[in-house]
Design a protein around this ligand. Structure first.
Ligand code: NAD
Ligand SMILES: CC(C)[C@@H](O)CC[C@@H](C)[C@H]1CC[C@H]2[C@@H]3[C@H](O)C=C4C[C@@H](O)CC[C@]4(C)[C@H]3CC[C@]12C
Length: 414
């Protein structure tokens, strides 16, 4: 890891709706001239429609928060897409609306922990985008289950690629592979090469780190047919946007508290956040460019980033919850840290006591408190340099879209 190299062109503009026309964006920076040049020198994937639509993509976890955005972005932005397979434990009803477009959309209900189900879904795919996983830092599932899904599930995806001849694999990793670590050391405006002691104890970050390692180590393995597997991993920081369940939980919490949220984290603690649409765009772009730049991008990791501002977790959420009528009380934490620690530990005890009766999984526990209290922000341009990534959505667009979603979903339009 750590190879560096040049970037590639590749900008796009996202249009709404799954059936929207897909067009190859003009060559970056050339505007109208770029369109004229494309007529003379068509870019890869600019062949006529018969040749253009030739690739089969598989998205695991395609019905999740990020997965749905990746699915819709592929349908809008990938001109070479012939078939899009969506593999998930829980298929969403919205998939039906996607089947009216020019791309064949195949919904597959399956479990990544079942190797035969994964192999059947992967067989014949050119590209796999593996987002499926258990994102649990609230004690909802056992450490064993988290490991089974996130690690063994990823192992099954890798082996399916090798056994069936799929050559390109993009893995959705996480910032947590790096940190915050168990020592609570800050990671301030770091990049993919910043030294940091990535030591974890919690099952979720441990599982993501193991899975990422499996994916990167699989780069170069010979797949069926004798060609090499090309893999890479994307590390989003805290993703926000349409469909973010935790944002919805904070909003409901504020409504229950009379339109108020109470500051628990110092405003000085910065937490990196990235808009889901930009994360989806990075997945689409990296999957495309991985096919042309295997030597540079194979085995690499890339943080997901955009122009979302650096703020504390709570202050950042208020960018969206404020316009929906909530107020964050306190310019500094209202409770002392030791009391928050006590309440977090009490939540763990209650979760254990109540488990035979019900699932009690509040936002506050020792791990989430430590995470929220530890600065973790990234500042990098590796994705731009390696495959021409630029955020598709500005901060203003990301903020507006998220606010509209909270208002629409919660009926809080003012
Ligand atoms: N949400 C974030 O802030 C964030 C940040 C960084 C990385 N990530 C990573 O992005 C990926 C998607 O996260 P998300 O926030 O969209 O979570 P999510 O829970 O909304 O989506 C995960 C999807 O995976 C599916 N899934 C779970 N177990 C499965 C199994 N055994 N077989 C098949 N499908 C299964 C779920 O049904 C769900 O649709 C995860 O790998 C996560 O680690 C998320
Ligand atoms: C109750 C308060 C202390 C409140 O401020 C707690 C916030 C807490 C729920 C979140 C703070 C940081 C979040 C995590 C971070 O954004 C990155 C993540 C990595 C990703 O792979 C999965 C989600 C998460 C773990 C995310 C979860 C919520 C927080 C812990």
């Amino acid at each position: 890891m750590g190879r560096e190299g040049g970037g590639a062109s590749g900008r796009g503009r996202c249009v709404a709706g799954p059936g929207a026309c897909r067009r190859r964006p003009p060559v970056a920076g050339l505007g109208g001239l770029g369109l004229w040049l494309q007529c003379l020198f068509p870019q890869p994937g600019m062949a006529d429609s018969a040749q253009a639509q030739k690739l089969v993509y598989l998205v695991t976890g395609g019905c999740g928060f990020l997965g749905e955005h990746v699915v819709r972005m592929l349908l809008q932005q990938e001109p070479q897409l012939r078939e899009l397979r969506i593999f998930d434990l829980h298929l969403g009803p919205w998939l039906e609306e996607l089947k009216t477009g020019p791309v064949q959309v195949t919904a597959i209900q399956g479990d990544v922990t079942q190797a035969h189900e994964v192999a059947a879904a992967v067989a014949g795919a050119h590209v796999v985008i593996h987002t499926a996983g258990l994102v649990d830092v609230f004690g909802k599932t056992s450490p064993e289950t988290i490991h089974e899904v996130n690690v063994q599930g990823t192992r099954n995806v890798i082996e399916a690629c090798v056994q069936t001849g799929t050559r390109f694999l993009v893995y959705t990793s996480s910032m947590e592979v790096v940190g915050p670590n168990i020592k609570g050391q800050p990671f301030y405006r770091g990049n993919e090469n910043t030294p940091y002691e990535a030591v974890h104890r919690h099952p979720y970050p441990c599982s993501k780190a193991l899975a990422e390692q499996l994916v990167l180590e699989a780069n170069g393995r010979k797949v069926l047919g004798g060609l090499p597997l090309v893999t890479c991993a994307l590390r989003p920081t805290g993703i926000y946007g349409e469909g973010h369940q935790i944002m919805r939980d904070f909003y409901h919490q504020g409504l229950r508290l009379g339109g108020r949220l109470f500051r628990a984290i110092p405003a000085s603690v910065e937490h990196g956040r990235v808009y889901v649409g930009n994360v989806a765009w990075m997945h689409v772009l990296v999957a495309r460019e991985l096919q042309h730049r295997a030597a540079l991008m194979g085995g690499q990791v890339y943080f997901c980033y955009d122009n979302s501002p650096y703020k504390s977790y709570e202050d950042f959420n208020m960018e969206f919850l404020g316009p929906c009528g909530l107020r964050l009380v306190g310019t500094r934490p209202l409770l002392p840290y030791w009391l928050l620690l006590f309440l977090a530990a009490l939540n763990v005890l209650l979760q254990w006591l109540l488990r035979p009766l019900l699932l009690y999984a509040p936002l506050l526990n020792p791990y989430t408190l430590a995470m929220a209290n530890t600065t973790f922000t990234v500042s990098t341009d590796k994705a731009r340099r390696h495959f021409g990534y630029e955020p598709l959505f500005s901060w203003e667009e990301s903020r507006t879209r998220t606010i509209r979603w909270v208002q629409a979903v919660e009926g809080s339009a003012q």
